[in-house]
Design a protein around this ligand. Structure first.
Ligand SMILES: Nc1ncnc2c1ncn2[C@@H]1O[C@H](COP(=O)(O)OP(=O)(O)OP(=O)(O)O)[C@@H](O)[C@H]1O
Ligand SMILES: [Mg+2]
Length: 280
């Protein structure tokens, strides 16, 4: 774990000596634009009442098998995600951020598990709603981990055969909406670089001020999908798992986007079963 923290410190130092002016001005402009995310009035919440969204049932046993715990306050591990939520929301509020990418240097770091738990935890914070978007088009896992069957999915939206309201689902939890894929797609990089995706991200970001949109992305060092998307998303949460990435890989992946966009790093699969540790 020390190795990972050292890698992050090294990249931070290098970047602050190389581009301190840029990072500073970037943050300043963000601060000026920052807005309060509390609900302006209840109409907005009403508007987000999933009138048009298909509600799907979740099964506790299935969720826990896939390490999805944030829905259950009796599960001690869910506290980790509530802590992460508090830190993430504070930083997003300060910077006027509403969209967050979750990625990692290499595969199998626990991105999808963190993304689902964090989206659930945010939805339980009554001032916010959350939307989880599965943009790991080649290995989509959100629907599998949640145990939801999709009639229409992100695949149909991307094919142009369905509109957004038809492909959203609401797990039976207030203020949480999911946009998931049913099956993997080829040519994911081209799709994710398309105007349709750019418009979708913009629309999801702008529609509700109190909504946090979380994008579950592939690892940054394996395919360029995440790189195509990162410029369009406000901030990046990096998930690093014990034993899955080398120090070099962590350093390389942190250099792929501006330092000012890094909201934090989650150390997953930490010692014993402690789940996650958070650092930025
Ligand atoms: N804290 C943890 N401790 C132990 N195992 C974990 C932990 N978090 C996730 N896992 C397990 O690691 C595996 C990979 O998790 P997950 O699918 O979330 O990773 P990912 O980074 O999204 O993978 P991919 O790169 O394929 O998208 C899963 O089997 C998951 O249950
Ligand atoms: Mg994943």
């Amino acid at each position: 774990m020390e190795r990972i923290k050292q890698a992050i410190e090294k990249v931070k130092k290098q970047r602050s000596s190389r581009s301190a002016g840029f990072a500073h001005s970037h943050l300043q402009s963000r601060d000026m634009k920052s807005t309060t995310h509390s609900l302006q009035n209840l109409d907005e919440l009403e508007d987000f009442s999933y009138k048009y969204t298909r509600v799907v049932k979740l099964q506790t046993e299935h969720l826990e098998k896939h390490r999805i715990v944030a829905f259950n306050k009796n599960n001690v591990l869910s506290m980790n995600f509530d802590l992460l939520r508090t830190q993430v929301l504070q930083k997003m509020r300060e910077n006027g951020w509403r969209t967050m990418a979750i990625t990692s240097p290499t595969p199998e770091s626990g991105k999808t598990v963190v993304a689902i738990n964090l989206a659930m935890s945010i939805a339980q914070q009554t001032n916010y709603s959350s939307m989880l978007v599965d943009f790991d088009l080649r290995r989509p896992k959100v629907a599998t981990y949640l145990g939801i069957s999709l009639e229409k999915s992100l695949n149909d939206f991307l094919d142009g055969t369905a509109e957004l309201p038809d492909v959203l689902v609401s797990p039976d939890m207030p203020r949480l909406v999911v946009l998931a894929s049913k099956h993997p797609v080829k040519k994911s990089s081209e799709i994710l670089s398309s105007n349709r995706i750019a418009e979708l991200i913009k629309d999801l970001r702008e529609r509700y001020e109190s909504r946090i949109v979380i994008f579950d992305l592939p690892p940054v060092l394996v395919i360029d999908d995440a790189l195509a998307l990162l410029p369009q998303i406000d901030c990046v949460l990096m998930v690093v798992a014990n034993g899955t990435s080398t120090k070099r890989e962590i350093e390389d992946s942190l250099r792929l986007f501006p330092a000012a966009k890094l909201i934090g790093v989650v150390f997953n699969k930490a010692e014993a079963e402690t789940m996650t540790d958070y650092y930025y």
